[in-house]
Design a protein around this ligand. Structure first.
Ligand code: BDP
Length: 734
């Protein structure tokens, strides 16, 4: 009996050390930083030899963060805590005892291992990882010009281990292509998150500045692991309260906690703050008292937060105050704030999302119309932050014509990681594919090949490019207090992918998904390969059952969840977005219509003006097409539209099947959770399909193609399509 008990204890101990396979219970909190024990004995032993010790030259908060991560990660993965030692400044590395060395390139012994080009190329945030040998003794060097480079390099090494790669012959040079890699949190001070679907705000303003939750540090670690270096803490629909002394002190505590991880904090600045907080009569950006108010406020901010990043501003849009209220331009407003921030090295991110909802106007044109004339008028510490499409984070839009049209202005991209228009945290939609699609779009600004990635990196005009240029990208975060941070377990992939694309806009959605799956679930190719394929197709699947062929903004008006091509409220009519009538469907944005095509480079304008050369996935964005007209699918417009909706639903069913075949390959909890989510997604895909097909059929008056089963009508209160009905659970059998 005793012996049996002993055996059991031993078995349990082995299980708990190595947490074998699918038995480990997971709630997703550890994201892609799980550091699971390496089961492959050979690999584990190799890592044990290679990483038995870590040497550093100097301590600093950032290097200590790197050490902590390495010790923890290595210990968890190979079951051994590495020895830590210090090398005296100026001394050479001891090949006998130093296995992994973390050192800045200002150490001559380290610099000697790399070429001048390598050392320069990685700049202020990059790193080099190299396996070197002396007398058959092997050593791994992580080298950088800065401490933060060393932290990023450490995460890279841990990623190699998590994805089970050999460390035998490393020769890695990595550096970020964009300077500002920022998460925008649309968090309100009362703890709610605008368009947030993963719980409440991470920032507990009530307990700040006294309490620094572990969660804040884990957030910073996760961001640093993918190179994110900035966080805008509050909603673009801003509250002036965040600029009060009380809240600045709270923000300062977060800024201090994030600093070792290379993350700067930014705040949104409400344009009317001089009136609301300063009790001035005006917020006119040219008024001397207003200028002075902002100067004083910025001075106060830097007093509390010495490494403050700057402001993000939504102005003169959707009712927000702005320079337009005083007959001033966006440049007047942005430059006034930029001047106040300049002495401290702060910047302004000024959004180009200006939406007035003017009746009859093509909303897609407004941003360009307001900003294009201002090209070259912004101060050099201002970036214009433009959404990827000209309307609003739709499942697919044409790209925003401001990219490529502002050669004399710093342009940054705004993606939305939170799935406002993509089924919230219920639908599995891997946005890596979307990020890749837009970053690789050709603006033709300087002939073919002028991709948005190049525009963002300011590589379009190599003559004027210099390494101090201000470049950036922002993603609206999908993070909240849910135990797994993002709601949907696959939502984490979108946070991860955003960081990776921010680091290098020419990254591949495919390899990012692969890394993420291996680190987040398992290295088992029997899981990784099929699920990677599922992820890569998932965005297109959602487009198919929501807004195929270039349709946009036909979601429920109030929630942006579920179908609503019939949504009609005072000042808003979904029909302005789809133009379905007895003749056909889609918006004519060519010269015969709103002429939005003219905002693109001539080569593109010509391409989009002709239905035959317009990409199939954007035809309804640019053209009004007759129901019986044949399109590139080989079928009529009506039959094609219906077929896309039906295809989308079938594809979700296929996703469910693939997922079911993964049973046992990963932990039960996450498996079951995703199983339920996919079931719900399938129901909702039908909700979309049935609603849209039945609604558009009222205009087309055509029968469904023969292979499409009549959609269930029960939910729809057909044909009135009353909006805001509860969710159709009974769609199960329709
Ligand atoms: C829209 C959101 C709204 C945001 C706005 C913005 O529906 O909540 O305030 O964008 O980006 O997508 O400012």
């Amino acid at each position: 009996m005793k012996q049996r008990l002993y055996k059991l204890v031993v078995i349990l101990a082995i299980f708990s050390i190595f947490n074998l396979g699918a038995v480990r219970a997971e709630n997703g909190y550890n994201l892609w930083l799980r550091y699971l024990p390496i089961e492959n004995v050979q690999l584990r032993q190799a890592y044990q030899r290679q990483l038995s010790s870590i040497a550093i030259y100097k301590h600093s908060p950032t290097i200590d963060a790197a050490l902590k991560e390495l010790i923890n990660g290595i210990n968890q993965m190979i079951g051994k805590v590495p020895n830590i030692s210090s090398i005296p400044g100026g001394a050479a590395i001891n090949f006998k005892t130093n296995r992994l060395v973390l050192a800045k390139l200002d150490q001559p012994a380290i610099a000697a291992q790399f070429s001048t080009v390598e050392r320069r190329q990685i700049g202020q945030e990059g790193y080099l990882i190299k396996t070197i040998r002396q007398n058959r003794v092997q050593q791994i060097l992580i080298a950088a010009n800065t401490d933060i480079g060393l932290l990023y390099g450490s995460f890279h090494l841990l990623k190699l281990m998590q994805t089970h790669q050999s460390l035998q012959a490393l020769n890695i040079q990595q550096w970020p292509r964009l300077k500002l890699r920022i998460l925008d949190h649309w968090d309100n001070l009362n703890g709610t998150v605008e368009r947030g679907y993963a719980g409440y705000s991470l920032w507990n303003w009530q307990t700040l500045p006294g309490i620094i939750q572990k969660r804040y540090i884990d957030y910073a670690r996760a961001n640093a692991s993918i190179g994110i270096n900035g966080a805008v803490l509050n909603n673009v629909n801003a509250s002036v309260k965040s600029l009060t002394r009380e809240y600045l002190i709270k923000t300062a505590a977060l800024a201090k906690a994030f600093k070792p991880y290379g993350i700067k904090v930014y705040l949104t600045a409400k344009f009317s703050a001089p009136k609301e907080l300063g009790h001035l009569k005006t917020a006119d950006p040219l008024d001397p008292a207003v200028i002075k108010w902002w100067q004083d406020k910025v001075k106060e901010i830097y007093h509390y937060i010495p490494n403050f990043g700057g402001f993000l501003v939504k102005a003169s849009s959707e009712g927000q105050p702005g320079p337009g209220d005083y007959g001033r331009t966006h440049a007047d407003g942005a430059n006034m704030m930029a001047a106040a921030l300049k002495p401290y090295g702060g910047i302004v991110m000024w959004r180009t999302f200006v939406y007035e909802n003017k009746k009859g106007a093509d909303r897609a044109k407004q941003g360009y119309e307001e900003f294009k004339p201002l090209d070259g008028k912004f101060a050099d510490n201002v970036l214009l932050q433009a959404k990827y499409g000209p309307i609003d984070f739709q499942p697919r839009e044409a790209f925003n014509p401001l990219f490529g049209a502002m050669p004399h202005t710093h342009m940054m991209m705004e993606f939305q990681i939170t799935q406002e228009y993509f089924g919230f945290a219920t639908h599995l939609v891997y946005l890596g594919s979307l990020f890749q699609e837009y970053l690789r779009k050709d603006t033709y600004q300087k002939g073919p090949g002028t991709t948005i990635a190049k525009v963002l990196e300011e590589r379009v005009n190599p003559e004027t490019a210099d390494s101090n240029r201000l470049t950036g990208i922002a993603g609206v975060a999908n993070i909240g207090t849910d135990v797994n941070w993002c709601g949907h377990p696959f939502g984490q992939a979108n946070w991860y992918a955003f960081g990776r694309f921010a680091w290098n806009p020419m990254s591949s959605a495919d390899s990012i998904a692969e890394d993420w799956l291996k680190m987040t679930f398992t290295n088992d190719p029997g899981f990784v390969n099929p699920i990677k394929k599922l992820m890569l197709g998932s965005r297109e699947v959602a487009v198919n059952y929501m807004t195929p062929l270039g349709l946009s903004h036909i979601m429920n008006f109030a929630t942006h969840y579920g179908p609503g091509p019939w949504s009609k409220f005072p000042g808003w009519d979904a029909r302005d977005y789809h133009h379905a009538d007895s003749v056909g469907i889609g918006l004519d944005r060519t010269a015969t219509g709103s002429d939005a095509v003219s905002q693109y480079a001539p080569a593109l304008a010509a391409k989009y003006s002709n239905l035959k050369t317009t990409p199939l996935n954007l035809i309804l964005w640019f053209h009004h097409i007759g129901w019986d007209q044949k399109i590139a699918t080989g079928e009529t417009m009506w039959n094609s539209l219906v077929h896309y909706y039906y295809k989308g639903v079938k594809q979700v069913a296929a996703m469910q099947q693939i997922w079911q075949s993964m049973k046992g390959k990963i932990d039960e909890d996450r498996f079951n959770y995703v199983t339920q989510l996919l079931k719900q997604q399938h129901l909702e895909a039908k909700w979309w399909r049935n609603g849209c097909v039945l609604y558009f059929q009222q205009y087309s008056k055509r029968p469904l193609p023969k292979d499409c089963k009549e959609p269930g009508k029960a939910y729809w209160n057909y044909p009135t399509f009353k909006p805001d009905l509860p969710f159709p659970y009974h769609l199960d059998d329709q």
